[in-house]
Write a protein that binds this ligand. Sequence first.
Ligand SMILES: NC(=O)c1ccc[n+]([C@@H]2O[C@H](COP(=O)([O-])OP(=O)(O)OC[C@H]3O[C@@H](n4cnc5c(N)ncnc54)[C@H](OP(=O)(O)O)[C@@H]3O)[C@@H](O)[C@H]2O)c1
Length: 326
Amino acid sequence: MKAIVYSKYGPPDVLEFKDVEQPSPKDNEVLIKVQAASVSLSDWEGLVGKPLYARIRGLFKPGNRILGSDVAGIVEAVGGNVRQLQPGDEVFGLIPNYSGGFAEYVCASENSMALKPAGLTFEEAAVFPQAAVIALQGIRDKGQIQPGQKVLINGAGGGAGTFAVQLAKLYGAEVTGVDNSRKLDMLRALGADHVIDYTQEDFTKNGQRYDFILDLVGYRSVFAYKRALNSNGNYYMVGGSVATMFQVLLLGSRVGKAEGQNIRMLMVQPNTKDLLFMTGLYEARKIVPVIDRSFPLREVPEALRYLGEGHVNGKIVITVEHGNNN
Ligand SMILES: NC(=O)c1ccc[n+]([C@@H]2O[C@H](COP(=O)([O-])OP(=O)(O)OC[C@H]3O[C@@H](n4cnc5c(N)ncnc54)[C@H](OP(=O)(O)O)[C@@H]3O)[C@@H](O)[C@H]2O)c1
């Protein structure tokens, strides 16, 4: 099969479009004929090997040679213990080890995949798995947002952020979205009440305070985040630098204790129930997936370059046309 493969960390130039052996499903797995995949920041991090946590499966060279975690496709074959899915089913989901999706075929455990709702195209479905579940577990589960609360989303213009802005509005919050200037109009269109250009203004230094902060790109100190929280406010970090992560883990529960503030990590638990909750909101016309543009499989390097340059509004989709990938 055709796939996008790499064997060392580096810029998008290290990626090659080539023939590799098609995987075969283990007992609990399904083989998926990929129709669409989406590109996430975790793919960029896995490509360049930064932050350091991106090297968890290979310190000096990538442990998995094919990137791509979010896929939508058709079940081609099933392993011996698979009970719920069968060949021909249209499915979508997050591949458990966050790899293998930028290919014509990929294997994933049966329980990581959900049946694709008929109201979504494969391209739309591929946008949801990682990003929508991060947003749901951040805003609904950790945030427990009440109407009128002030919520800030840092990194609001990306995959998870665009879902998080819409969810926070749905729960009645007053929402501030932080991202670069090219994405601010889109954030307003999604319902953000206030926007901040991170290249011009530091949201931890402008005197504003929030009840809940969801941080998709945390690079500051815990003391800066404490300053931006109201009493009893909560901050959750999803991604960012390892230095900030350690600070949050070591000091986060202590620095704001006197004011009832919490500064914590959000460890996302992928599950198909949350995934279908989010696609259900789309089918009910309460949220939309934001798709910037799509690229064919062979152009994954260009897609990742485009992401790395900071152009992407929401998500990029990779389309896979079988038999037309030479
Ligand atoms: N905790 C977990 O369990 C877990 C699980 C999966 C993923 N993650 C993490 O989740 C994070 C978010 O993923 P995603 O797919 O939503 O990313 P994404 O689509 O790339 O979105 C990130 C957004 O943040 C913006 N940004 C970059 N630097 C910023 C800054 N200093 N201040 C404010 N905004 C900034 C980016 O804009 P530019 O275009 O300007 O760069 C982009 O719009 C990633 O770090 C990933 O590793 C965590």
